[in-house]
Write a protein that binds this ligand. Sequence first.
Ligand SMILES: [Zn+2]
Length: 445
Amino acid sequence: MSDIVYADQPETILYEHPNEKSSPRNHVLLGTWLRVLERQNNWLNVEPRPNRGDGGWVSKNEVRNDPGLKIFFVDVGQGDGAIIESAKGIIVIDGGPNSNFYRFMRHRYKPIIQEQGHVHIDAIVVSHPDDDHFHGLTRLIEDDDFTFGTIYHNGIIRYSGNAGKELDLGIFRNRTISGKDVRVLTETFNSIEDAGDLVDNGHLMSRFNDFWLAAWNAHVDGRLARVHRITNRDKTLSGYSGTQSTLRIEVLGPVPTQRSGRIEYVGFPPPENPKGQASKSHTINGHSIVLKLIYGEHSFLFSGDLNIPAEKHLLAHYGSKNPFRVNIAKACHHGSSDFSVAFLKKVLPQVNVFSSGEERGHDHPMPDALGAAGHHTRGSLPLLFSTELARTAGASRTHYGLINARSNGAVLTMAQMKERRTARTRDVWNSFTVPWKGRFHKESS
Ligand SMILES: [Zn+2]
């Protein structure tokens, strides 16, 4: 057994002495990193990373050598930001509108930065180019304690209002698709060189410009290897095309209007006028990158800010196939009312995670989205998490509403922090195995 092991129980208990009758000193979640300090028969004296609570004794049967899969839904306020950790590396999906995500990254990887000098992020996925998904990543990309493999994006450009572009997005053309005349966005970008040209030419929306300027500088510094536009044509994320035992990531969207050749995206209208003109926000949101993660027996759907016309577009593309069924789904568009029940019925998860904030001007999550997500699930005790509900505002400080998903391939757990913590055991987590059997009733699902 190596000097680093990982907790392998939904809540692994670290004891004061090498026996189960001694006092518990810490509960750690499935997959928690533990350094072995001492061995005694079937017991290990271990310590978590700094700031993760006390160390203690753990039975060898309750740890393993593989870190498994960890997903952090970070409370970024009104927006999305998630971190995926596996034996293959770290992936970031969106980074919120503010500094929350960056501060969490600094906090989480501080021990690694101290040990190794830097942290490598295998991939950043920008689901779509709206502030509440990419703006918080700019500072991360500027921080030279981090290096990056690939930034994936959907290719949509955000021009400023004076660039003279249709919907401030680029060049649209008329196309006839399934007998209907539609406006189609034909201008997108792909590589870091394309991004550099866009920045050089000016005319970009300021925050979009800041993001790609940061990416360009990181590339010139040798801290960012590549930038790549992805669509369903890619099928899987590069390096994640293997079997589910090592984490497989499938790219289900966006779906361009043609199967090959130039990438073109249909302009989506708003739901209140489904036969009307394409709308900027619906076109940007509707072509969000949709990823399905598969690890062991478990699967996870990240679908950005999909809306009704986009969900219909995806359902029409996949027809009788259903690649959307997963165990855990991030709710689309922060719980907007702009969702289709037909799509929810395809996803049919056991767990929904809503990522939203309490800032004024955003009513997410909406009651119909919460109710429908709760209704269209598998099992009699589905779980519904919300970063906004998990947040605790104390008199002196705010505890942000971090949501955890952990899998070792066979066991899946979800956790959020307790509002009141038990100091003695540093028992900070409310954790839930999936499928959940109930805290008190032990009902079958
Ligand atoms: Zn959003």
